[in-house]
Design a protein around this ligand. Structure first.
Ligand code: SF4
Length: 272
């Protein structure tokens, strides 16, 4: 009997989680342990929401003053957000977080001409099935360029990767290109990662070759996850990410016991 039922759906972030550390993937995705929000993760979702409100507006209403309205709207929505409440911020700290979001969102719209952006979808949920697995993703912004071709944009609020890590950073958006190809039966012309903190954009041009490779990669990762579920073996992968890992105290690399996590660690509130 399998230790875990293999997942029938995956997302680019779950794929990245498994490839980064199979044990951390097991804890969060299969054991459904609570991975609490941090100020950085909450700041990221808040900036995404402000930019979504901004780009919902007609092209002619996309100037700095409209961005401020979009941020204000987002802040009023986030005042009572579960993740913000979990952080237990004082009023002053919430104001500071809001100011940081405003600055990042302003950076984002200064990186391009917002009036030339023609969105097809914002925070667009998209899924497609490939063999035994359904791939699901949320595209921050899907738009048509001046030639009418699809462009996929993903906002990032963290630090931009160095040149040797750019390819790895783009791996997630290649899955979005695969989803778009299935949904719209056309190849995206460009994939963009917008690092709004440092105002850097990393981009790639997908091709039928990269899309086919991405589909093979999805199948291979799904097989690897299914085998791990069958055997119950989820190896650790020690890296700089361990410094931020919620599950460190139950990780064998740090003298912990993964089975004890099942007893001690809190479960995600949505499944508890
Ligand atoms: S501490 Fe590191 S090796 Fe251990 S589970 Fe977390 S990410 Fe994996």
């Amino acid at each position: 009997m399998s230790a875990y039922a293999p997942p029938t759906t995956l997302s680019p972030s779950r794929i990245d989680s498994f490839l980064s550390c199979p044990l951390a993937f097991r804890f969060s995705s299969l054991d459904e342990l609570f991975d609490p929000p941090t100020e950085a993760t909450v700041r990221g979702t808040m900036v995404h929401q402000a930019l979504e409100h901004f780009y919902e507006r007609p092209n002619s209403e996309r100037r700095a003053e409209h961005l401020h309205s979009a941020v204000d709207q987002m802040l009023s929505e986030y005042e009572t957000n579960d993740d913000v409440l979990f952080l237990g911020l004082t009023d002053a700290k919430f104001v500071k977080l809001g100011d940081e979001c405003r600055k990042l969102a302003l950076n984002a719209i200064e990186m391009e001409d917002p009036q030339q952006v023609n969105p097809v979808g914002l925070e667009l949920r998209i899924e497609a099935t490939f063999g035994d697995v359904t791939l699901r993703g949320i595209i921050d912004r899907l738009e048509r360029d001046g030639d009418g071709r699809l462009v996929i944009t993903d906002y990032k609020t963290g630090r931009a990767p160095g040149p040797s890590f750019e390819k790895k950073a783009l791996a997630g958006v290649h899955f979005y290109a695969l989803l778009c190809q299935q949904e719209f039966e056309e190849d995206a012309s460009e994939l963009r990662l917008m690092y709004v903190k440092s105002s850097q954009t990393i981009s790639a041009r997908p091709s039928s070759k990269t899309i086919s490779f991405t589909e093979q990669r999805l199948t291979a990762v799904h097989q690897a996850i299914s085998q791990a579920c069958e055997s119950g073996k989820f190896p650790t992968r020690k890296s700089a990410l361990c410094n931020y890992c919620t599950f460190q105290q139950w990780c064998p690399e740090f003298g912990g016991d993964p089975q004890v996590a099942l007893v001690e660690a809190p479960r995600r509130p949505d499944v508890a």
